[in-house]
Design a protein around this ligand. Structure first.
Ligand SMILES: *[C@@H]1O[C@H](CO)[C@@H](O)[C@H](O)[C@H]1NC(C)=O
Ligand SMILES: *[C@@H]1O[C@H](CO)[C@@H](O)[C@H](O)[C@H]1NC(C)=O
Ligand SMILES: *[C@@H]1O[C@H](CO)[C@@H](O)[C@H](O)[C@H]1NC(C)=O
Ligand SMILES: *[C@@H]1O[C@H](CO)[C@@H](O)[C@H](O)[C@H]1NC(C)=O
Length: 147
């Protein structure tokens, strides 16, 4: 009697996990990890031509940064994964660490990046957190009702 019900309320959980974590069929993480460094190399090559003291001024290289972001999105989609996803995000974070670790968090420089870059970076973890928290509450309520 119990197991069909259990499967029923596990289904939304599975769907959400698929959606959220890019663990979908067809997402080739190996392929993604092979492809993303190409974006990183292109970005690094271009940054080498920017004076180091300008590395913290985003407006000096925003075009490179945007095309780097585009590149990660493109390559991620080619291997069938959603963008952004945790793996791609940690790759992008590594690039940030490599180039911007010495930049002080000066709002006058960093308020500039276009929203299409900032919003996903901020919104995705927030949405995931809220979604997961909601799911936990929902599941525990369901469990209560079933008991
Ligand atoms: C995933 O990507 C790797 C590296 O490109 C490739 O060798 C492998 O065949 C791919 N796997 C699938 C299931 O497509
Ligand atoms: C950042 O770069 C832009 C474009 O070259 C320049 O106009 C601006 O003055 C720079 N800002 C700082 C704080 O150096
Ligand atoms: C990134 O992609 C968007 C949409 O595909 C495009 O409008 C934009 O010009 C691209 N930016 C760069 C720097 O390639
Ligand atoms: C940051 O500063 C350290 C120490 O001055 C230096 O060795 C390193 O190359 C710098 N990194 C970047 C990305 O500028």
């Amino acid at each position: 009697m119990e197991s069909p019900v259990r499967q029923l309320y596990l289904l939304p959980l599975l769907l959400l996990l698929c959606d959220a974590c890019a663990q979908v069929y067809g997402c080739n993480e190996t392929g993604m990890l092979e492809r993303l460094p190409r974006c990183g190399r292109t970005f690094a090559d271009r940054m080498q031509r920017v004076d180091v003291w300008k590395w913290c001024n985003l407006s000096e290289f925003v075009v490179y940064y945007e095309s780097f972001t585009n590149c990660t999105e493109l390559e991620t989609n080619i291997v069938g994964c959603y963008w952004p996803n945790p793996l791609a995000q940690s790759f992008i974070t590594d690039i940030h660490r490599q180039f911007f670790s010495n930049c002080t968090v000066d709002r006058t420089h960093w308020e500039d990046p276009p929203d299409e870059i900032l919003i996903p970076l901020i919104a995705v973890p927030v949405v995931l957190t809220v979604a997961m928290a909601g799911l936990v509450v929902w599941r525990s309520k369901r469990t209560e009702q079933l008991l």
